[in-house]
Unconditional design. Structure first.
Length: 174
């Protein structure tokens, strides 16, 4: 019988595909120039002559977490400014006239009872029940304690079975 020889191919199969060679040592590379550095060292001697240590993983993760936290808080602050409205917004339909074709011309009075100016989001309903095809609008900016009067023409929607009726139109502002 012949004995197997230790050829390089047989030796590579014995050590495993990803196993390091026995004579190798772990290395890293300089972030700036790519020169070989000892394991765990990010910059070579040329780019880090004073041998200053890099940030620890705890410092890096804390910095990232802090940035995310500041971003989330900033997002909520900006969102609050964007959607904020003072109020309450007492609303009254001061006039409603039917046009005979299922539409109504209305006059709405909106008052800002809050402590500072703001914009109200309003919805006109046919009979107090909100529907997807109801008219929704925003008032112009209303100063604290002021009232704005708005005229709107409400046309009968072609796909709605419920017509506007002058006596049952209501407005809700928030």
């Amino acid at each position: 019988m012949t004995e197997p020889t230790n050829s390089p191919q047989t030796q590579a199969q014995d050590e495993g595909f990803l196993a390091p060679r026995p004579d190798s040592h772990p290395v890293d590379h300089c972030f700036r120039c790519g020169a070989e550095t000892p394991a765990g060292v990010g910059l070579c001697d040329e780019h880090n002559p004073r041998k200053l240590p890099g940030p620890s993983s705890t410092q890096m993760h804390a910095t990232i977490f802090g940035g995310i936290l500041i971003g989330v808080i900033g997002f909520f602050f900006i969102a609050r400014l964007a959607i904020s409205s003072e109020g309450p917004w007492p609303t009254e339909v001061t006039g409603a006239v039917s046009d005979g074709a299922g539409g109504v011309a209305i006059t709405i009075s909106v008052t800002n009872d809050g402590g500072s100016g703001g914009v109200a989001d309003c919805r006109v309903t046919r009979d107090g029940v909100p529907r997807p095809d109801d008219l929704a609008f925003r008032t112009p900016s209303v100063a604290a304690g002021e009232t704005v009067v708005i005229d709107r023409q409400l046309a009968q929607a072609s796909d709605s079975a419920v017509p506007y009726v002058a006596g049952s139109v209501s407005v809700i502002c928030t």
